[in-house]
Design a protein around this ligand. Structure first.
Ligand code: CP
Ligand code: NVA
Length: 300
């Protein structure tokens, strides 16, 4: 039987997605109550990181340990992947020895090729195009505080990057509106804009997008791998900071989210990031609970 993978949010149905979010909320409660629950005893998750990580690594590793299993941290530098062994061969070999594989890679295609050649579930832990695990945590954070997100207005400010594109998929899946404000030239992929057009509005002006929003989300101006563009991006994104003036255009009870790491004074002011409307610490913690729900769904 072919395993289920989680490469983008579109690998789950809307019902499955809602189920995983609700399960994440339950698992969070069970952990707070000190309940021991080990559905993945003796199971192993391999984690391949081509890029740095704090939250993704620690949440997957802790989640596996809490579930009675274990996780292997694999860097291409120390495996034959870094010496040119093909992705297909590596996927075939690794998937014969472990029960699940999580990858964080530069190219999205590395993850899709890996999944096509793996006998066990493959999870996208971030690529240049998508970061679906972060969306599970963001959605959990919304659902646990406000209920279903259907019909709400979410605003994305900044780069049309992997996080923005994951929000586009989420909008279509869970039936909310995503108003995006990007500087010209930093829009999301055209094809994705076309397939999500029913749920996405695109602006080049932050106030227009932020107007009446229930949730405002942003991310760094230069993602991992774009370090050399930092200077140019700082100029191009100068008017795209989420600050108190912009937050004031959203609904009075609007929440603010950021996947982190954040740069205070660049994409978000310290006042907003550390302010009352910000839910970034719950959002970060929920990586643990949401991914445990995902691991249980894919690997149990
Ligand atoms: N938000 C997120 O994925 O964080 P890390 O890069 O620290 O994993
Ligand atoms: N867009 C950012 C997200 C980091 C979690 C990046 O790709 O670096």
């Amino acid at each position: 039987m072919k395993p289920r993978h989680f490469i983008t949010l579109n690998d789950l149905s809307a019902d499955e997605l809602r189920g995983i979010i609700q399960r994440a909320i339950e698992l969070k409660k069970m952990r707070a109550e000190g309940k021991v629950y080990e559905p993945l005893k003796n199971k192993v998750l391999a984690m391949i990181f081509e890029k740095s990580s704090t939250r993704t690594r620690i949440s997957f590793e802790s989640g596996m340990i809490q579930f009675g299993g274990s996780a292997l941290f694999l860097s291409p530098r120390d495996t034959q992947l870094g010496r040119g062994e093909s992705i297909r061969d590596s996927a075939r070999v690794i998937s014969r020895m472990v029960d699940g594989i999580m990858l964080r890679t530069n190219d999205h295609e590395t993850v899709t090729t890996f999944a096509a050649n793996s006998n066990v579930p493959v999870i996208n832990g971030l690529t240049d195009r998508f970061h679906p695990c972060q969306l599970l945590a963001d959605l959990q954070t919304w659902f646990e505080q406000r209920g279903d997100i259907k019909g709400k207005r979410v605003c994305w400010i900044g780069d049309g990057n992997n996080m923005c594109q994951s929000y586009m998929n989420a909008a279509k899946q869970l039936d909310f509106t995503l108003a995006i404000a990007c500087p010209a030239g930093y829009e999301p992929e055209r094809e994705l804009l076309a397939t999500t057009a029913s749920h996405v509005e695109l602006f080049n002006d932050p106030p227009l997008a932020a107007n009446n929003a229930d949730l405002i989300v942003t991310d760094v101006w230069a993602s991992m791998g774009q370090e050399e563009e930092q200077k140019k991006r700082k100029k191009d994104f100068a008017n795209f900071q989420v600050n108190s003036t912009l937050m004031a255009l959203a609904k009075p009870d609007a929440m603010f989210m950021h996947c982190l790491p954040a740069h205070r004074g660049e994409e978000v002011s310290a006042t907003v990031l550390d302010g009352k409307q910000s839910v970034i610490w719950d959002e970060a913690e929920n990586r643990l609970h949401a991914q445990k729900a995902l691991l249980e769904f894919l690997m149990k």
